[in-house]
Structures are given as structure tokens and as C-alpha cells.
Design a protein around this ligand. Structure first.
Ligand code: AVJ
Length: 342
């Protein structure tokens, strides 16, 4: 793949690298065409996150039913100084994949109070330019010694732009739950390939728990998740000159027991069709037909450990909350084992 990233330098302590600039990804939207041409129509979850979608997601994080963010923040508060000892040992990059707002990284950076943030560089990677720039501006004010390299990119495609220095990667919020098993293993393998022996990956995982608690988190009483789901169509309308009639769709989120995951859909309530002008594509939905918009995988330790092993990673530490609802796993590259000769 060809990449042309543009670097701008607004102030000394901040550099921004843009991998999504026009012309840099000649296959933009190809995943939309592919997804909508399947018998079960689907759209990639990353298209939730335009400026409005990123804002809606922040609202979701504060909802009483959405236990994920709250629980993860609690674990981070309790463990930040232990996690940040990584930078007490030697300087390096703190890379955050899918950074969004800076709430989580602020907690980690506060955990560096023993030695100071000047020993590290913060490298947020996000697909939403507005969310990334806002978060960086705030952090520069809060941490006068912090240097930032912001990367506007799709981390499922642009992992190779990451600087190859000593680093602690974070992939929080159970975003990895949005991948299918194949995508998840592929992603973990790519991350493993970008890591050196002493690098670490801190991964946030939403754990299995009673189905009613999980389902409520994706069907909130105020309908914010429904708006977030429908915003995907609004995003396509704005960014790809489409004309989806958003009112013809309803939000649907079900916990599928056998697959241990939530599946989110947009369900057509009447016959409806749309044209995506920029992609030269026409879509028609029968009443009751759905467009699959998101997978939210839930994990057990055993299942996660199997994935890590297959991706060439190994857990060095599990951090969790008292109820065991959410986990932060510290991972390293698995050692090289030679098969004994017979
Ligand atoms: C950002 C992927 C963690 O799967 O829980 C929230 C996104 N979707 N409500 C999740 C989301 C619906 C969220 N992640």
C-alpha cells in the first residue's frame, strides 16, 4: 500500500501526521461497497466516528447503563503508577490506538508523577481529526513537559507508520471487540510484528457477564446508542454524498449467546433505498432487512489467552475490577520456543 502522510508543526511540542489526507488512500470507501454487496449487508464500525459520532460516543461513555468506560477508568486509576513504571525504567513512546478523548491517557500520565512526563512522548492515533486535535490541545496545556506526535490514521490499515522506538502501546475500551476473530488475530499479529522484545501492549477487554447487563449497555434508556448507530448513515450521507433516509431505520442490539458478543444492526422498517453517489452504488433494503454495523465481543480469560498465543503474544499481568467485568491485560511478545528434535 502507498502512503503519503503530511506532517504539520503547529507548535514545538506537537506534531501531527495525517495518513487520511485526500489521495493518500486511493481505496477509501471500498470497504463500504464490499460490505453492502454481501447477502447480510454490513458497514465497518469505523464509520461511526466522524466528529459528531465521536461526540456521541463520549455521551455513551457517561450513560448509567454503559458500564465499560466507568469500570475501565476505575482499573486505570488503581494501576496507572504500576503501568507507568515502564517509563521509569527507560524513556519511550506511549502510543494510544483509537485515542478519542484524552480521559484515559490523562490518568496514565498522572501515574508518571514519580519521574515526570518528559521521559515519554505521547502518540495518539485516531481516525477523527477533530477529536484528535482537541484532545492534543488540552493535553499540552495540562502537561507542560509533554511532547506529542498525533497520528490521524485508520489503525486497522496504517500500523506501519508507528515510530519504531521503545514503546508501550495501549488499545483500550474493548475496541478490539469490534473485530471478528480473524480480524482480531490479524490485528494482534500485526501489532506483535511492530513490537520489540521489551515493548508492551496494554489491551482493554470487556469480559463475559450476565446477558441482561450487557444488552442494557447497548440499549440505553435515552436512545443515545440508537443515535450513534444511525449517525453511521448520516456520516455516509455527508462524506460520500449518499441519501440514506435515516428515519426508515431502527436501532437493534442483541447479545448473541453462542458467539458471546453483541451484534448491532440498523433495521429497515419499510422498503427503502439509497444511492451513494461518490461510490457509484445503489442499495435497497426490504422491510425487516438489516445492515450489520458492529460486533462487540465479550471475553473470558481462556478465550483471550488462546488468541494471544496464536498471535505470538503472552500476558504478563491481568488487572481487573472487583466484579471482574472488565480487564486490562499487559502483553509482551511471546518468547521463541524451539521444538525439540526427536
Ligand atoms: C468503542 C467499541 C468499545 O463496542 O462498546 C458503544 C462502541 N457501540 N455503544 C463498544 C459502542 C455501541 C464500543 N467500543
Amino acid at each position: 500500500m502507498k502512503l503519503s502522510c503530511k506532517v504539520t508543526q503547529p507548535i514545538e511540542r506537537l506534531k501531527i501526521l495525517n495518513c487520511l489526507e485526500e489521495g493518500s488512500s486511493e481505496d477509501t470507501g471500498r470497504d463500504i461497497v464490499a460490505g453492502l454487496s454481501q447477502p447480510q449487508k454490513r458497514l465497518p464500525s469505523k464509520y461511526f466516528y466522524d466528529a459528531h459520532g465521536s461526540w456521541l460516543f463520549e455521551q455513551i461513555c457517561g450513560l448509567p447503563e454503559y458500564y465499560l468506560t466507568r469500570t475501565e477508568l476505575g482499573i486505570l486509576e488503581d494501576t496507572a503508577s504500576e503501568i507507568m513504571t515502564f517509563f521509569a525504567q527507560a524513556p519511550g513512546d506511549l502510543v494510544e490506538l483509537g485515542s478519542g478523548s484524552n480521559r484515559k491517557i490523562r490518568i496514565l500520565l498522572d501515574g508518571a508523577d514519580g519521574f515526570g512526563v518528559s521521559r515519554l512522548r505521547y502518540v495518539p492515533v485516531d481516525i477523527s481529526e477533530s477529536a484528535l486535535k482537541e484532545a492534543c490541545a488540552e493535553l499540552l496545556e495540562l502537561f507542560p513537559d509533554l511532547h506529542i506526535l498525533g497520528i490521524i490514521a485508520d489503525f486497522t490499515r496504517h500500523l506501519e507508520v508507528l515510530p519504531r522506538r521503545r514503546k508501550l502501546l495501549t488499545f483500550l475500551g474493548s475496541t478490539i471487540g469490534n473485530f471478528s476473530r480473524d480480524e482480531r488475530l490479524g490485528f494482534l499479529r500485526k501489532v506483535a510484528a511492530s513490537m520489540n522484545q521489551e515493548d508492551r501492549l496494554l489491551l482493554g477487554l470487556d469480559m463475559l457477564k450476565p446477558a441482561d447487563i450487557i444488552e442494557a449497555a447497548y440499549n440505553d434508556g435515552q436512545g443515545v446508542t440508537a443515535e450513534f448507530n444511525k449517525n453511521l448513515l448520516r456520516h455516509l450521507n455527508r462524506s460520500f454524498n449518499a441519501d440514506f433516509k435515516v428515519a426508515d431505520f431502527e436501532h437493534q442490539a442483541v447479545f448473541v449467546k453462542e458467539k458471546e458478543r453483541v451484534e448491532m444492526h440498523l433495521r429497515a422498517t419499510r422498503p427503502t433505498s439509497a444511492r451513494i453517489a461518490d461510490l457509484d452504488l445503489k442499495v435497497a433494503c426490504r422491510p425487516g432487512e438489516t445492515i450489520h454495523t458492529e460486533i462487540c465481543q465479550k471475553f473470558s480469560r481462556e478465550k483471550a489467552d488462546r488468541d494471544f498465543q496464536q498471535a505470538g503474544l503472552a500476558a504478563t499481568r491481568w488487572f481487573t475490577d472487583p466484579k471482574g467485568w472488565f480487564s486490562l491485560v499487559m502483553l509482551k511478545k511471546a518468547g521463541v520456543y524451539l521444538t525439540p528434535r526427536r
